[in-house]
Design a protein around this ligand. Structure first.
Ligand code: PLP
Length: 351
């Protein structure tokens, strides 16, 4: 079967022909030696964007998160993170494997938590207890549905962290979605975190690449872990140039993805058989469910047979809009979802 409308994730975006042209002209050098001019330029651009003293180019946001964790912690330390975090679900147990840290999970709201919740999770200083080291925030939060942290919560958490000598890491894989949707500049969000991960291969449309930003001292130590983790590369200006292109051309257009996500959510909300709250859509991620009695795995499969791919996570369905999906695609997707629901309701004898 061919997939005609792919809402699986914003990771499936193809580099555009303009991006490929731009990449083919990149000046390159040995990145490991700090001699790739394009990588160096990209690091400077991200330093300015996030207002952090230093930044480190990495192959993926997973590696950026894991290196951040390794650089922040010692084995046996504890980190505080919301249960829905990417780092807890989709990084293969990396916190345990690479850093030997414990995780104190918080049951938040919309993937976010309050400073009171974080405070309750901080261990008292005790010879028996792990050292709490780091508070982890994900902005936007993927599994909670592309939700945006409020500046108030972030600022309270950063105050709490300072008070207790903890660091704050922001997994901002989709930070620029939060920026475009809220109108809040990136550096205003990142002012409340010591270190930040940014991903180029999601809605920004690059084939690979991520950035870790923080203090000069932190990034110098992280650079050493980049080698240790096998992430130090060579003529990666080829890839870094795609990120330079994306920072120039693909940020403002995220608004179209957000518009398409809202349009999709509003359309799905009218389909008997689906359960969705369109008001919960803040950026480019839409979660929904099938009504009781309809099997969401079957819904997923039938849509796929009709050329429409969602993703199917923990009994929920997810759609992610991105630069290879048009408004017309969204309208077709709503039509396919409606057909499939009608079929399934008829088969299940639901009037
Ligand atoms: C996708 C994602 C990552 C990992 O990104 P990769 O570049 O695919 O490794 C990390 N955090 C969040 C919130 C993500 O959505």
């Amino acid at each position: 079967m061919t997939i005609k409308i792919d809402l699986y994730s914003d990771t499936i975006t193809q580099p555009s022909s303009q991006m490929r042209m731009f990449m083919s002209n990149a000046q390159v050098g040995d990145e490991q030696k700090g001699e790739d001019p394009t990588v160096n330029e990209l690091e400077k651009r991200v330093v300015a964007l996030l207002n952090k003293p230093a930044a480190l180019f990495l192959p993926s946001a997973t590696m950026a998160n894991q290196i951040a964790l390794k650089t922040h912690s010692n084995p046996g330390d504890e980190i505080i993170a919301e249960f829905n975090s990417h780092v807890l679900h989709y990084e293969v147990g990396g916190p345990a494997f690479h850093s030997g840290v414990m995780v104190h999970g918080i049951n938040g709201t919309r993937g976010c938590f309050t400073s009171e919740q974080a405070k309750a999770a901080i261990r008292p200083k005790s010879v028996y207890m792990p050292n709490t080291r780091l508070i982890w925030v994900e902005n936007t939060n993927n599994l909670a549905g592309g939700t945006i942290w409020t500046l108030e919560d972030l600022s309270d958490i950063s105050d709490l962290a300072k008070e207790h000598g903890l660091a704050v890491h922001m997994d901002g894989a989709r930070l620029l979605n939060a920026v475009v949707a809220s109108g809040i500049p990136a550096h205003v969000f990142t002012a409340h975190a010591d270190t930040v991960t940014l991903c180029f291969s999601k809605g920004l449309g690059c084939p690979a690449g991520a950035m870790l930003a923080g203090s000069a001292e932190f990034i110098a130590r992280a650079r050493k872990y980049k080698h240790l983790f096998g992430g130090a590369m060579r003529q990666t200006g080829m890839i870094a140039s795609s990120a330079l292109f994306a920072l120039e051309h693909n940020i403002n257009r995220l608004e179209q993805d957000h518009h398409n996500a809202r349009r999709l959510a509003n359309g799905l909300a009218y389909i008997p058989g689906l359960v969705i709250n369109p008001d919960a859509v803040e950026t480019n991620i839409v979660f929904f469910e099938c009504q009781p009695g309809l099997d969401e795995a079957k819904f997923y499969e039938r849509c796929l047979e009709k050329g429409l791919r969602f993703s199917h996570l923990y009994r929920r369905l997810r759609a992610v809009t991105h630069l290879d999906v048009t408004q017309t695609d969204i309208d077709h997707a709503i039509g396919i979802a409606k057909e499939v629901c009608e079929e399934m309701r008829a088969a299940a004898g639901i009037a």
